[in-house]
Design a protein around this ligand. Structure first.
Ligand code: UTP
Length: 408
């Protein structure tokens, strides 16, 4: 794209401010900026009318889960199926580590955060130790695919290499980068972070499978013969990865996917709930639920919409293939986005000042024909590190690790 083409394109979309610093840039910086402008996709709806992105939802109905009791009763059968699947190389794990962790306010990839008090215990280390427990039991490695972002890829790779993958086999670790989306201010103007740099944020955790395809990793999946992918978030330090009982139960159920869920503690707990939407699996967010849905009860007195998701899913690879090329809904996130102001001054806002556009893995669940909700014990499997203090924070997660016998 030439300067003239860029100017014409940006003017047509009211974004010509992106060339404000162009004349003062070195030739290679000018080229870099023009390349970014060419990839912006400004004709897409999010740059015209954000309200058009609001999703129309269908008719919700409750979805039951395989409960803790039912799982306990069949645990050995499920475990055997799961271990066999791992031994036959049918299972891969996908770590979603491309987020920015802005709420935690840590300037490195979240997985590099040290949870230890008297020793080093990084989030990545917690996850890999949990995975190693399973691979030791199965005497077989699970290929671990790590999704990073443009911003944190190099640091993540270097950190894990430096720590020898915390004992995991390097041959079984694969990295891939997710795509980016431009961020805008509250008036819809695309933000810049440097005179030659547009704010390009990771595009949410929904695009992981297409990013794997773009990175050529689906060939690896095919060559190994992987049939199931266990996708999970980086920020749950009690995350059980490639859990053989979960894998076995999902395979035995005949469902195209499975989701780990925890029982909601109270009707007003702010978690997304696995349910049905127009008879297909779906996740309804807390704020989308009516009072009636929140308080609806089954005959036995339990909440009808009771199973909250913890971002740990199993997807059947052949069903995922069918989702490639589908349009994922874009969600809008109001966030604090550091930016360069009109005078070229770098500003770190204290309050949310703009919007990022993200696809979400939960929309992938809705693309599946079926999903097994698999109940797990919250105190044993769910310790999210979202905030520096307060709810779902470093402190609450440390306390849960200690409760589970981890020395910090
Ligand atoms: P969150 O929704 O908590 O987002 O991610 P975040 O970016 O990590 O944190 P905040 O909201 O800025 O504080 C849930 C999971 O999805 C991954 C995260 O790394 C985390 O494992 N994720 C999120 C991605 O891999 N890519 C993204 O673009 C966003």
């Amino acid at each position: 794209m030439t300067y003239e083409e860029a100017l014409q394109y940006l003017t047509a979309h009211g974004q010509e401010h992106l060339l404000r610093f162009y004349d003062n840039l070195l030739p290679q910086q000018q080229e870099k900026l023009l390349e970014q402008i060419a990839g912006l996709g400004l004709e897409r709806p999010q740059f015209r009318d954000r309200s058009a992105l609001t999703q129309k939802r269908g008719k919700f109905s409750p979805l039951g889960a395989l409960t803790l009791e039912e799982i306990r009763a069949n645990e050995e059968t499920y475990r055997k199926i799961g271990i066999e699947a791992i031994q036959n190389a049918k299972v891969g794990a996908v770590l979603l580590a491309g987020g920015q962790g802005s709420r935690l306010g840590f300037d490195h990839p979240k997985g590099m955060f040290n949870m230890g008090k008297t020793r080093e215990l990084y989030i990545f280390q917690c996850l890999i130790q949990n995975l190693l427990r399973v691979t030791n039991e199965a005497s077989a490695y699970v290929p671990l695919m790590i999704m990073t972002s443009e911003q944190n890829d190099a640091e993540t790779r270097a950190f894990l290499k430096e720590h020898n993958y915390f004992g995991y086999s390097a041959d079984n670790v694969h990295f891939f980068k997710q795509e980016t989306e431009p961020a805008v201010d509250e008036a819809g103007k695309v933000l810049m972070s440097a005179p030659d740099q547009i704010v390009l944020s990771p595009n949410g955790n929904g695009g992981w499978f297409s990013s794997m395809q773009r990175a050529g990793l689906l060939k690896t999946v095919e060559e190994i013969g992987i049939e199931w992918l266990n996708v999970f978030a980086v920020d749950n330090v009690l995350q059980q990865i490639a859990d053989p009982v979960f894998i076995g139960a999902t395979i035995a159920s005949g469902c195209a996917s499975g989701g780990k869920v925890v029982s909601k503690a109270a009707p007003d707990e702010r978690v997304g709930v696995l349910c049905l939407e127009d008879n297909k699996p779906s996740i309804v967010e807390y704020y989308e639920m009516t009072e009636e849905m929140r308080t609806l009860r089954n005959a036995d007195g339990s909440l009808a919409y009771r199973f909250g998701v913890i971002l740990n899913y199993l997807f059947r690879v052949d069903a995922l293939m069918d989702t490639l090329g589908s349009d994922f809904p874009l969600h809008i996130a109001h966030k604090k986005i550091p930016y360069l102001n009109q005078d070229g001054k770098f500003i770190k806002p204290e309050e949310p000042n703009g919007y990022k556009f993200e696809t979400l893995v939960l929309d992938m669940v809705h693309m599946q024909d079926s999903c097994l909700a698999f109940e797990v014990e919250r105190a044993k499997e769910f310790a999210p590190v979202k905030n520096a203090t307060g709810v779902d924070s470093v402190e609450t997660a440390q306390a849960l690790l200690e409760q589970n016998g981890v020395v910090l």
